[in-house]
Design a binder for this molecule. Structure first.
Ligand code: ZN
Length: 475
């Protein structure tokens, strides 16, 4: 479909005028220079990247040790930087939990604070929001990293986006989001309105708006893709460059649905609200970390680094934020470190991310069953003709799990028995029941929850709860 001159002009105006004016007004004009820097840095080889990272890490550690009362007190004499490898120093420092961040943020802030900062509240499935502070240059660096990564799929600044996202509750925040949406040339579809009528409305809006890319929760994007496929609409006619899936584990069935509905590649974005984006998928399928933004460690339970191919806990140090040092922050996810990517970029890889540390069922034999495991289990049932729309898995005790299934007339006793049989076969030693519910409320952020582990959460004494606020640039 030929592009109208007006649409091309609108993109140009946004890229050249609106976006630069807005980011400069917010003190985030560094995004342009940073983006140019990253365009080059991504092709550097590992030793060069490591040297740049070391220099930035050293500055951050010195800043935290000198100007953050909380870090100074906690570290004591541990941080003697002179002449030492900063990575080695880092490995000796204690980990920081979300609970510590919540309780001590006022003392963690660097004194004096940078001139321009942004306060951002990130949600939590536990209903315990954390307010974090970022300096404007850090926000700019975060956006620059996102634009570089979207660029791997041809998405550029000024391109039109559709955001499948939560809607803020207060008018003040709604207005702020609306302003950000305007600046970013995008529209927003609410995570809280996802009935058939809403989806139909969103489809019509897409035909009208002609977006270049989608961005949002994996589950919402997949629901929209399913809808488009079911109605027989031509999603390819939108001509999307990419679909950026974030914030939830992206499963293969979800990816397939999006590709077949819209004919566009899906880019997986991994991040968290406190830190922003942590890794992006490239067209060759590698999930690249951003070594110019973070030091990411994947640790075994004893604190030593996990080997390549081995699962461990994700611990992140943010190299950008000089308002609030985030050093060895426990994100609450599990991941597997990877090797090099065939695309040639030097940014290191995660082989995979296992999602939130507590978002899994722990079997009596110690085996872990992640959200993805259940997505496949239910997907198999659907493929065999079982009319299951939405589901959730809740673990109440080591040997007690409930499958919550949204009530529908078509889901009969036979379907339930087959689902139970499949569950019992795959989760040995676990007592499984099916509970029919009228709906599944999403987390406060609007994100859907595949696995809820009430048993492990009640046990979680260190407060490293799962975070639900997604990553992402600018509001
Ligand atoms: Zn790659």
């Amino acid at each position: 479909m030929p592009e109208s001159l007006a649409a091309t002009g609108a993109r140009w105006l946004h890229r050249r005028l609106v976006y630069p004016a807005v980011v400069r007004a917010r003190g985030e004009g560094g995004v342009f220079e940073k983006q140019r820097e990253l365009e080059t840095a991504q092709w550097l080889e590992a030793p060069a990247l490591r040297a740049r990272q070391a220099a930035r890490l050293e500055r951050l550690l010195a800043l935290a040790a000198g100007s953050s009362p909380w870090h100074r007190e906690r570290w004591g004499r541990r941080v003697a930087l002179a002449g030492r490898d900063p990575f080695e120093v880092l490995r000796e420092l204690p980990l920081v939990t979300k609970a510590e961040l919540q309780d001590s943020i006022a003392d963690m802030l660097v004194q004096p604070q940078p001139r321009r900062t942004l306060r951002k509240v990130t949600g939590g499935s536990t209903g315990q929001p954390v307010a974090i502070v970022k300096d404007s240059a850090a926000v700019a660096a975060e956006m620059a990293a996102s634009w570089v990564a979207y660029g791997w799929f041809g998405v550029r600044r000024g391109d039109r986006g559709v955001r499948f996202w939560g809607q803020p509750a207060t008018l003040k925040r709604r207005l702020r989001f609306a302003a950000a949406d305007f600046a970013m040339h995008r529209i927003r579809f609410s995570a809280f309105a996802f009935g058939e009528e809403d989806l139909e409305r969103y489809w019509r809006r897409c035909l009208d708006f002609r977006p270049d890319f989608f961005y949002g929760y994996a589950s919402m994007l997949a629901a929209f893709a399913d809808f488009v496929l079911q109605r027989g609409y031509d999603g390819r006619a939108l001509g999307l460059k990419a679909i950026v899936s974030t914030s939830e584990v992206l499963t293969e069935p979800h990816r397939r649905a999006m590709v077949s509905a819209f004919g566009a590649p899906v880019q997986n974005e991994y991040g968290c609200g406190e830190l922003g984006p942590i890794a992006y998928e490239c067209p060759a399928g590698g999930l690249h970390l951003l070594p110019e933004s973070h030091v990411v460690e994947v640790l075994r339970p004893d604190g030593t680094p996990a080997a390549r191919g081995e699962s461990g806990e994700v611990v992140v140090t943010d190299l950008n934020n000089v308002a609030l040092p985030m050093i060895r922050y426990r994100v609450g996810d599990l991941a597997v470190p990877g090797g090099a990517c065939s695309c040639g970029r030097g940014f290191p890889l995660l082989e995979r991310v296992w999602g939130r540390a507590y978002d899994f069922v722990l079997g009596p034999d110690g085996r872990r069953y992640h959200g993805e495991f259940f997505m496949y289990l239910f997907e198999d049932q659907r493929s065999a003709g079982s009319p299951i729309a939405k589901f959730q898995v809740v673990q109440h005790a080591p040997d007690r799990v409930v499958f919550r299934v949204v009530e529908s007339a078509a889901f009969d006793q036979g379907h339930e028995e087959r689902l139970l049989a499949a569950g019992r076969a795959r989760l040995p030693g676990v007592d499984i029941r099916v509970e029919r519910v009228s709906e599944l409320p999403p987390a406060p952020s609007g994100k859907s929850i595949v696995v809820q582990n009430l048993w492990l959460r009640s046990d979680a004494a260190d407060g490293a709860e799962a975070t639900t606020e997604p990553a992402g640039s600018a509001a």
